[in-house]
Design a protein around this ligand. Structure first.
Ligand code: ACM
Length: 751
């Protein structure tokens, strides 16, 4: 009310909210005036009967802000909803606010819905809460907008920890506010079965509940410092004096959720993860496993047994009920992280393989995926799998979710196989951590520069995932998702031309108020960390370095010799280039002082860049970095061994670089990492041999390790030496894994 008094006191009312739309519209003109919305505003429907659901949503939205709905009998200025088939494509809309009229136009209900969500963002943020106002000044604007990507998704894992059905409704509301259109619901996993299946009631009677597991213990430890890691009482129950954790959704609850999401133009995609990640079902029906028991393999749980017919009966019965609840175009069947050792020893699998001419267990996985896919397709569904399924071989009709950003060239492989794909790269789109940064979500590349441009049409869109292993509460989920999701929403919806990180950060401030009013327990701490991006230019023989930050227009100074930057050091304005080697050190400055943490990165443009490397022994499949090109790609790693730049080996590193022609070589160096916690140790020695013909080598260097394995902290050692200007074409490098650990290096530098 105060706001109303204040604004009506002005002779010419101005809108009492800055225009601050996320995601940014394709075209927007902010004019100088306002429309006054009040309970007598007249609703004018020129919708040809197309927008009844959207009119209902408009009324809910207005009632929340104004305290009452508006009516077609109103005698005030007009708010019009217009159907205009010229407005294309689907989801596009126009919104014109002038001082005497608001006009929302769209060619389909989805577009009209988005027009209303944009109008909602022109209302004051605090009206999202309990407050109402009977006189609202809406800034005059002209907006033309449309979605860029067709898949703008969020995922939620409700298996590892359970989220109430009310929370899912609110999740849908928040997705819709930011024009997201896909909600991927990960309903089942090893740690809990969350969907009622009438044919198999024990799935939820037994496997929706558990005594505390090792993931819960992690939460309990963290809860000591941060109460958001506490369990919610509503998901705990006592049975025979024992505390159990869990919960599930009834079919009726899920149907209501689906209908609610549909009214907000969101498709819910159910995931029943199989044949791995099925322990919750196998605990109830052990005969679904080849071993007739639930258990763990080396890394993942015992999967369904593809050699047993009964497994297909079970899967088809479950999916039949799932399809009956979820009318979505897609069903997600996971197909990730399958431990196949129980298949190798199974007589049923051997029989099936012999009968079907299946060569190995990878092909058996393909058989399973194809069989389930055929079933779903026969019911008119399209099928989604995680990218690991590609390793065993899949056909090009499956939709693939790319998640393993630490594996080499996955999007390229999906594209080569011809599958439509959804980008969910773990880095940066797994929102599992509180301290993850927002900037990379806004515009870190989601695939490498070698992705073929002509295959871009295979990219359906992008999605972020919230895996809930250590997320036991709604407040923590809120804190992890928000406001990061807004960065994703803008990236997925808006055209690249309107992407603007600086503008986004400013608009975000208004949205934090909106989220506050909505009761969203977001977490937003602006990091002062600098984020480096590197471009290796083999034509100009240099490496371009760009630095980015979450701060608005930060002052950055850098040095190239490893020294601490000062105000006198070069100021970072735009990309700068390194020819040869440099130890780049950069920092943000405020009031003339450098802020921690500094960014330090070794950069080397060296003679071996782009040269072919032959591997005599393989890298470890979990840490391929950039595959066979990674040792000579000029890209150095940071502090994290999983940052996609460090290649890991569990045998010796044993490679030969072909320099392409005979030339003088002066020096060798390779940096190794030690982090004894996860078992990453130094090689015992690094040996370098040279050859002119690739056959006759002679050793020129043997560099011993001097870092004891007892050192617990993160350490780097450069194994380096002189090659004495010798002539060579082939350089053989062997790092001896004498401690039988993981060894990691990021680059072999030859000068
Ligand atoms: C996954 O994170 N296992 C898809």
């Amino acid at each position: 009310m105060l706001a109303v008094l204040f604004w009506t006191a002005c002779s010419s009312p101005v809108a009492n909210t800055p225009v601050s739309i996320i995601p940014a519209p394709a075209k927007m003109e902010v004019l100088n005036g306002s429309f006054t919305l009040n309970p007598s505003t007249k609703l004018v429907l020129k919708d040809e009967g197309n927008f009844s659901n959207e009119v209902e949503f408009l009324q809910i939205t207005l009632e929340h802000a104004l305290g009452s709905q508006i009516s077609e009998e109103g005698n005030g200025s007009e708010l019009e909803l217009i159907f205009d088939s010229q407005i294309q494509p689907a989801g596009a809309y126009q919104l014109d606010v002038s001082s005497d009229k608001v006009a929302l136009k769209a060619g389909d209900p989805t577009g009209m819905f988005y027009a209303i969500e944009t109008l909602r963002q022109l209302l004051p943020a605090d009206l999202e809460g309990d407050q109402t106002s009977t006189e609202i000044f809406i800034p005059t604007v002209k907006i033309e907008d449309q979605p860029t990507l067709g898949w703008r998704g969020m995922h939620l894992d409700v298996s590892r920890h359970f989220f109430s059905i009310e929370y899912l409704h609110r999740y849908v509301d928040l997705l819709a506010l930011y024009k997201m259109n896909k909600f991927h619901l990960h309903l089942t996993d090893d740690q809990g079965w969350r969907i009622e299946i009438k044919n198999y009631p024990e799935l939820t009677e037994k496997s929706a509940w558990r005594t505390f597991n090792n993931q819960d213990s992690v939460c309990m430890e963290k809860a000591v410092e941060d109460p958001r890691f506490n369990f919610e009482q509503k998901h705990l129950r006592e049975v025979d004096g024992q505390t159990q954790y869990g919960g599930f959704y009834t079919q009726e609850e899920l149907r209501e959720l689906v209908a609610y999401a549909q009214s907000r133009h969101i498709e819910i995609i159910p995931e029943i993860d199989m044949p791995g990640h099925m322990m919750a079902a196998i605990q109830v029906y052990p005969e679904l496993a080849c071993t007739n028991s639930a258990g763990w393999g080396k890394v993942f749980s015992t999967p369904l047994c593809p050699g047993k017919e009964g497994v297909y009966t079970f899967v088809e019965n479950v999916l039949t009920e799932v399809m009956d609840i979820f009318p979505s175009k897609y069903v997600h069947i996971g197909a990730d992280e399958v431990e196949k050792s129980t298949w190798e020893n199974s007589q049923e699998c051997k029989n099936l393989m012999a009968a079907e001419g299946i060569e190995d267990v990878e092909e058996l996985q393909t058989y399973f995926v194809e069989r389930v896919t055929d079933f779903l397709k026969s019911k008119g569904k399209e099928v989604i799998v995680w990218d690991d399924a590609l390793n065993s071989g899949i056909d090009s009709t499956l939709h693939v979710m790319y998640w393993r950003s630490w594996a080499a060239a996955v999007p390229e492989k999906i594209a080569a196989n011809g599958n439509p794909m959804i980008l969910v790269p773990g880095n940066p789109l797994y929102f599992s951590r509180l301290d993850a940064k927002m900037y990379p979500i806004y515009h870190m590349p989601l695939y490498g520069p070698k992705f073929p441009v002509e295959k871009a049409n295979l990219i359906q869109g992008m999605q972020a995932a919230l895996w809930s292993e250590t997320v036991p509460s709604e407040t923590l989920a809120d804190a992890i998702i928000f406001p990061k999701m807004l960065a994703l929403a803008e990236r997925a919806w808006s055209t690249p031309e309107v992407h603007d990180w600086e503008s986004f950060k400013v608009r975000l401030q208004t949205h934090l108020k909106r989220l506050d009013a909505l009761g969203v327990k977001y977490s937003y701490e602006v990091t002062k960390e600098l984020i480096p991006f590197m471009n290796v230019d083999t034509e100009k023989e240099q490496i371009g370095i760009m630095l980015d930050s979450e701060l608005s227009n930060p002052e950055i100074h850098y040095t190239l010799d490893g020294s601490v930057p000062t105000m006198e050091s070069p100021k970072y304005e735009d990309e700068f280039f390194v020819q040869g080697s440099a130890l780049v050190t950069a920092a943000v400055f405020e009031d003339g002082k450098a802020l921690e943490p500094f960014m330090t990165r070794q950069v080397d443009y060296h003679k071996a860049i782009g040269k072919a490397v032959t591997y005599h022994k393989p890298w470890n499949g979990a840490y391929p970095a950039g595959d066979a090109g990674t040792m000579t790609d000029g890209l150095r790693g940071g502090d994290a061994h999983h940052d996609g730049k460090w290649q890991g080996f569990t045998n010796d590193l044993d490679v030969t670089i072909d320099m392409g022609e005979e030339q003088e070589v002066n020096s060798f160096s390779a940096t190794f990492m030690q982090l004894s916690g996860p078992g990453i140790l130094m090689p015992g020695a690094v040996e370098v041999s040279l050859s002119l013909d690739g056959e006759n080598f002679h050793q020129v260097l043997s560099i011993e390790n001097d870092i004891p394995k007892e050192k617990k902290e993160l350490l780097f050692k450069e194994f380096a030496g002189s090659l004495a200007g010798e002539k060579a074409r082939f350089i053989h490098v062997k790092a001896i894994n004498s401690q039988r650990a993981f060894i990691f290096t990021d680059e072999i530098v030859i000068n």
